[in-house]
Design a protein around this ligand. Sequence first.
Ligand code: SAM
Length: 222
Amino acid sequence: LYRSRSAFKLIELDQKYGGFLSKSDVSAIVDLGAAPGGWSQVAARKLGFNALEEDAQDGFSTLRRANDKIIIAVDLLRMDPIPGVEIIQANMLSLRTAGVIKSLLTGPGNPEGKADIILSDMAANMTGNKIADSESSLDICNAVFTFAKGHLRTAESVGRRRAGVLVLKHFAHPLMNEFRKEHLDSTFTDVMYVKPDSSRASSSEGYWVCMGWKGLQGAEGA
Ligand code: SAM
């Protein structure tokens, strides 16, 4: 059913935190580092793209228009199509990619091109060198946060306290806690650390589920 074991991690996080993927005000989800596509499949089901993949081969855009919701999946790697999901093959560490995503998000119902939820399960290829690997995880977290600053819809504009969600995978790093304090704790209403049951115990990976995006007013002097 799902293309990755990771899909079960997202299902677990969603269940644990109130079914944030299927709140009625959620209409745009961006999935960063999405290949092979398990998280996007979960997101598509939650947004009501339940059609069998075979049924949809004649055009995902029809499906998308039908319920006015959009999921954008980005990865360096090629991905097979998923109904309801717009796939972009690109590097998230490049600023240009953010512009491409913005233009896909922007439409009559979404003039600012914002996403309600940003998911990042991104991880660089593990080199086996623990220092290099955790360093790249910090780079990825910084890039995702920069992206969130430009693309996440605020809780205030939705009128729901926990709206504006970022799910961010990270690996252990001496500066991770500082990253969290400096960027996440000040800009979201709630930040939870989770190690999903479906995540291997031997892996140092964990997820932050950040809810209630406040934007940058005051927090970062912007
Ligand atoms: N959540 C996915 C799923 O359920 O199928 C699995 C994601 S996998 C753990 C991490 C992905 O991040 C890889 O496919 C990798 O290519 C992607 N990735 C790593 N660095 C990236 C970057 N700079 N830009 C885009 N994708 C990247």
